[in-house]
Design a protein around this ligand. Structure first.
Ligand code: ADP
Ligand code: MG
Length: 698
């Protein structure tokens, strides 16, 4: 499909009520007051809110909008919105367009119909949305979207944005204390930055519609491997197919209009898999933008005859999808605190912030692991293509050497990169990085940021980001306490660095994370390896984790309990849907097709024999098929029984464990039997599009 030509500068930000629009449309004093509010220095007044709301409304109406909505991020991991039109009737029977400051800053969706993990009973319906002025208002589908946080009537967080914003405040508080103690007084604020790389699959819509598993569960629950998979390594970074390029072009234009700086795009490792990455921005805005990106990828796909799947593992046997969260810290003076500079060994600020992250990741490894625990990611972490479930840090040669020097008293030198010459006079000499990359690491230092690679492709960035912000804030708080209590800050900082380098050497691993030896080595080092999503979620409530969240005022114990409940419930519901879909497809599509094939073979044996010829091969085929049908039938009966038992269990924990240990293995057994049949049954009769078709036909 051809997309209309739009240039990037024409498109970028046209649907965003951004700073340029505000400068143009707001009285100077109001704009200035708003900037103070956005920085967190003052509170929003009703009069400023009224003027802003009015300016937003005028701008939106000019752009053809008819409605506004509070846009928030409940615990479903998706976004939610309730639309109201600007219409306001007047007593004389006319209508005027109205939008007040009150309507801008506060909304009241029914809170009891969103997952609350027991914080709200069905009858306790009141909830509030509150305008998050740090993320820009924008227009989509003739509606003015107002990014919001979402809480209950009692003020407890019911969403992903509230803890994210709280964690940003915590990080800012503690980072500024550390900077001050180290004599860095210029910076007034510190912000976490995020650049999420989004992986996704595209499946032709005609195939998708024939696969109830893709429709209902987001992943294939059946499917024998295609004779060709990803082994030729020819898809990764391969030439973009025309239909894909045209799709990506339209995705980009839609995103640019919304102010999302979509930048990098390419084919990923698995056939039919792709990636999109934006330019990084504040962790809060990047999280909102990633939600818009996931939505746009799916919406535009339909226009191009595709369906976009964001599931972590839509196809077995080929790579799954992740979301690499590139994360760093920047001051309001523009200093990236994780930029090592030319001589990192004598860059004290860098070393302190680097070591704070290292200590945080080691100390709270289980919590970080839990921040990426969902049903889809269970197929990914620890399978041989994604980081294992063991959290470790890749530092690379240069920083590892420095880290080791710190442990033995102080860093004196930094290895330098140099130049790479390819021996061809017409090619330029390349500046060589001082460190190689490591694709297998779950948490890798990549030049001037960390890349957290365990995040699942369907997840909101918020959870993994607020956990990372919180644990780093917590360690920075410890460091600030020590620095503030000492007279000689330099010497104290050296002592802190040395202690961290000694205590946390075990978390640094530069080798191959996919290798079986690493699992053994990690166990020797005492690093946790929690493969099960359910077990991982249960660690959230470990006392040290609750304490860290409460100390940094990000989440209270009861909010954490509620979240744990929601995550476990979500796991159970997802597995229950998968199991139900498995049974449905197996009983109503696969078994009937197999029976029909067996009947055909039997009829053939019959007619061959009555014609007086030998039918021994066909008899063997028939026996094979009948044997496999028996296997499938038996597996279905067992799964049925396990699913029936689920409803009899009472606690959320018991249900989740039953799913993990009883239902999942039997679902796999049904699949195994069905996939074996797919390899021998007449392709014309097979009811589902094959892996080969879905992965290779564009
Ligand atoms: P890679 O080669 O690791 O993919 P890129 O430079 O392409 O590295 O960056 C990948 C992602 O990391 C992009 O979204 C980019 O904007 C983001 N990124 C770069 N620098 C930072 C930073 N300081 N903080 C957060 N994200 C960053
Ligand atoms: Mg990367």
């Amino acid at each position: 499909m051809e997309t209309p030509m739009t240039t990037l500068p024409e498109a970028f930000g046209t649907h965003v009520f951004n700073d340029a629009v505000m400068r143009e449309r707001l009285p100077k004093n109001v704009y200035k007051a708003f900037l103070q509010v956005r920085k967190g220095d003052t509170e929003l007044t009703t009069s400023v809110a009224d003027v802003m709301a009015n300016a937003m409304k005028d701008w939106a109406l000019e752009k053809g909008a008819t409605h506004y909505c509070h846009w928030f991020q409940p615990m479903t991991g998706l976004t939610a919105e309730k639309h109201d039109s600007f219409i306001s009737p007047t007593p004389d029977g006319k209508t005027i367009m109205e939008f007040s400051g009150k309507e801008l800053i506060k909304g009241e969706p029914d809170a009891s119909s969103f997952p609350s993990g027991g914080l709200r009973a069905t009858f306790e319906a009141r909830g509030y949305t509150a305008w998050d002025c740090t993320s820009s208002v924008f227009i989509k589908n003739r509606t003015l979207y107002i990014p919001c946080a979402f809480c209950s009537y009692t003020g407890q967080a019911l969403d992903k944005k509230t803890p994210l914003l709280r964690s940003m405040e915590a990080l800012n508080r503690q980072a500024v204390r550390v900077l001050k103690a180290l004599g860095e007084t210029q910076a007034g604020r510190v912000m976490a930055t995020l650049g999420p790389e989004q992986e996704y699959f595209l499946v032709d819509r005609s195939f998708f519609e024939k696969r109830l598993d893709l429709v209902l569960a987001g992943r294939t629950l059946f499917g024998a491997p295609s004779p060709r998979g990803q082994e030729m390594e020819d898809h990764y970074f391969g030439t973009l197919h025309e239909r894909i390029a045209s799709y990506m072009n339209e995705v980009n234009i839609e995103l640019w209009k919304l102010g999302v700086s979509a930048k990098t795009q390419h084919n990923e490792v698995s056939p039919a898999q792709y990636e999109l990455a934006p330019v990084f921005t504040s962790v809060n805005v990047a999280t909102d933008h990633n939600q818009l990106t996931m939505e746009t990828l799916q919406k535009v796909a339909l226009r191009h005859g595709f369906v976009c799947r964001l599931h972590e593992k839509p196809f077995a046997g080929v790579n799954g999808s992740g979301k690499h969260n590139n994360w760093s810290l920047v001051t309001d003076t523009g200093n990236n605190l994780l930029d090592p500079g030319q001589t990192p060994h004598d860059n004290m600020l860098f070393l302190v912030f680097l070591c704070a992250v290292i200590r945080a990741v080691d100390k709270y490894a289980k919590l970080l692991r839990a921040s990426v625990a969902n049903t889809g990611n269970e197929h990914r972490l620890g399978a041989n293509e994604a980081p294992p479930a063991i959290v470790s840090i890749f530092l690379g040669d240069q920083l590892t050497e420095i880290f080791e020097q710190l442990a033995s008293g102080g860093a004196k030198t930094s290895r330098q990169g140099g130049q790479l010459r390819l021996g061809i006079s017409t090619l330029p000499p390349l500046p060589k990085d001082c460190t190689d990359r490591n694709r297998t690491s779950p948490f890798a230092f990549t030049g001037n940021k960390f890349e957290f690679r365990m995040v699942g492709s369907s997840q909101s960035c918020a959870g993994p980001a607020f956990v990372l912000n919180t644990i780093v804030a917590d360690v920075l708080g410890e460091i600030a306490d020590e620095l503030e209590n000492s007279k000689d800050h330099k010497a104290e900082a050296q002592k802190i660095l040395q202690k961290i380098a000694k205590d946390h050497a075990r978390i640094v691993f530069n080798g191959d994370n996919y290798c079986a030896d690493w699992v053994k080595e990690a166990e020797k080092r005492g690093l946790p390896n929690i493969a099960s999503t359910v077990d991982s979620i249960e660690t959230i409530l470990d006392p040290e984790n609750v304490a860290a969240f409460e100390r940094n005022q990000v989440l209270t114990k009861s909010e954490l309990e509620a979240r744990t409940e929601i995550l476990l419930e979500n796991y159970t519901r997802t597995i229950n849907i998968e199991a139900g879909t498995t049974l449905n497809i197996a009983k109503r599509q696969i078994l009937p097709a197999c029976s029909m094939y067996a009947g055909k073979l039997a009829a053939s044996v019959h007619s061959v024999e009555s014609a007086g010829a030998q039918s021994s091969s066909q008899k063997k085929m028939l026996e094979t098929v009948c044997g496999l049908i028996d296997d499938l039938h038996e597996a279905i009966c067992k799964l049925d029984e396990k699913v029936t038992r689920l409803s009899g269990l009472e606690s959320t924990h018991k249900k989740a464990h039953h799913c993990r240990h009883e239902i999942v293995p039997h679902m796999n057994a049904v699949r195994q039997a069905a996939d074996a049949l797919e390899m021998v049954v007449d392709a014309q009769l097979w009811p589902l599009p094959s892996y080969a078709e879905m992965l290779f036909i564009r």
